[in-house]
Design a protein around this ligand. Structure first.
Ligand SMILES: *[C@@H]1O[C@H](CO)[C@@H](O)[C@H](O)[C@H]1NC(C)=O
Ligand SMILES: *[C@@H]1O[C@H](CO)[C@@H](O)[C@H](O)[C@H]1NC(C)=O
Ligand SMILES: *[C@@H]1O[C@H](CO)[C@@H](O)[C@H](O)[C@H]1NC(C)=O
Ligand SMILES: *[C@@H]1O[C@H](CO)[C@@H](O)[C@H](O)[C@H]1NC(C)=O
Ligand SMILES: *[C@@H]1O[C@H](CO)[C@@H](O)[C@H](O)[C@H]1NC(C)=O
Ligand SMILES: *[C@@H]1O[C@H](CO)[C@@H](O)[C@H](O)[C@H]1NC(C)=O
Length: 199
C-alpha cells in the first residue's frame, strides 16, 4: 500500500515535471513565432511576397525563409533577410528572440530607430544593418552585447557621435560605420579592434 502510494507520488512528480517542460518549450517556441510575426507586421512593403507566402503560422518558424534555428533547442539563432526590397521598421518584439546570434537585414529599406529591446540579445555575434535608412544616434546599449564580433551600420542615416560604450566590446573584429552623418572624433578604442574598422 505504502509502495503504491509512493509510486503514484513519483508518477505525479514526473508527470508534473514533464508538463512544466512541455509548456515551457511551447512558450519559447511561441515567443519566437510571435516575435517574427511582429516583424512581418512591421514590413509594409514585401515586393517578392516572401513573408506573405512563406512566413505562415501553419509551418514551424525554423522552416521559414531566412530563419535558422539551433540544432537541438529549436530556438531561432539567425535571421538573414538580405536584399529583399523590404520597407518597414523593426518591432521591439525582436528583443524576445533570446538565442539570436546573427541578424542580417542589409540592402533593404528599414527605417526608424533601433528598438532598445535588442539590447537583451546577449548571444548576438553578427549584426549587419548596412544599406538601409535607420536614423537616430548609434545606441550606446550596443556596448552591452558582449559577444559582438561584427557590427555593420554603414549607409544609413545615423547621426551624432560614435558611442564610447562600443569600446567595451572586447570581441569586436569589424565595425563599419561609413555613409552616415556621424560627427565628433573617432574614439581611441577603435584602434584596438583586432582587424577592421571602416568609417
Ligand atoms: C523540451 O525541449 C527539449 C530540447 O529541445 C527536449 O529535449 C525535451 O524533450 C522537450 N520536453 C518536452 C516535454 O517536450
Ligand atoms: C519557405 O522557404 C523555405 C526556404 O526557402 C522553403 O524551404 C520552404 O519550403 C518554404 N515554405 C513555404 C510554405 O513556402
Ligand atoms: C544571407 O543570405 C544570402 C542569400 O540570401 C547569402 O548570400 C549570405 O551569405 C547570407 N549571409 C549570412 C551572414 O549568412
Ligand atoms: C515580447 O516583446 C514584446 C515587446 O517588447 C512584449 O510586448 C511581449 O509581451 C513580449 N513577450 C512575449 C512572450 O512575446
Ligand atoms: C543598397 O541596396 C539596394 C537594394 O535595396 C541595392 O540596389 C544597392 O545596390 C545597394 N547599395 C550598395 C552600395 O550596396
Ligand atoms: C586597448 O587595449 C589595451 C590592451 O588590451 C588596453 O589596456 C587599453 O585600455 C585599450 N585602450 C582603449 C582605448 O580601449
Amino acid at each position: 500500500m505504502a509502495n503504491t502510494f509512493l509510486n503514484l507520488t513519483l508518477l505525479i512528480i514526473i508527470f508534473h515535471f514533464f508538463l512544466t517542460t512541455l509548456s515551457k518549450n511551447l512558450t519559447t517556441i511561441l515567443t519566437d513565432q510571435f516575435a517574427l510575426l511582429a516583424l512581418k507586421d512591421h514590413v509594409i512593403q514585401d515586393p517578392g511576397n516572401v513573408l506573405a507566402t512563406n512566413w505562415s503560422s501553419s509551418t514551424p518558424v525554423c522552416n521559414w525563409f531566412g530563419v535558422s534555428c539551433g540544432s537541438n533547442h529549436r530556438k531561432v539563432t539567425a535571421l538573414n533577410l538580405t536584399g529583399l526590397g523590404f520597407v518597414g521598421t523593426l518591432p521591439p518584439h525582436l528583443g524576445n528572440l533570446s538565442f539570436l546570434s546573427l541578424l542580417s537585414i542589409k540592402d533593404n529599406s528599414f527605417h526608424g530607430r533601433l528598438p532598445v529591446q535588442l539590447s537583451n540579445l546577449h548571444h548576438m555575434k553578427h549584426i549587419d544593418l548596412g544599406n538601409n535608412s535607420f536614423s537616430g544616434e548609434i545606441p550606446s546599449w550596443l556596448g552591452s552585447l558582449t559577444q559582438l564580433q561584427v557590427l555593420r551600420l554603414y549607409y544609413n542615416n545615423f547621426n551624432g557621435v560614435i558611442p564610447f560604450s562600443l569600446g567595451y566590446l572586447q570581441k569586436l573584429e569589424e565595425l563599419s560605420l561609413y555613409g552616415n552623418k556621424l560627427s565628433g572624433s573617432i574614439p581611441s578604442f577603435v584602434f584596438n579592434i583586432s582587424s577592421q574598422f571602416y568609417t
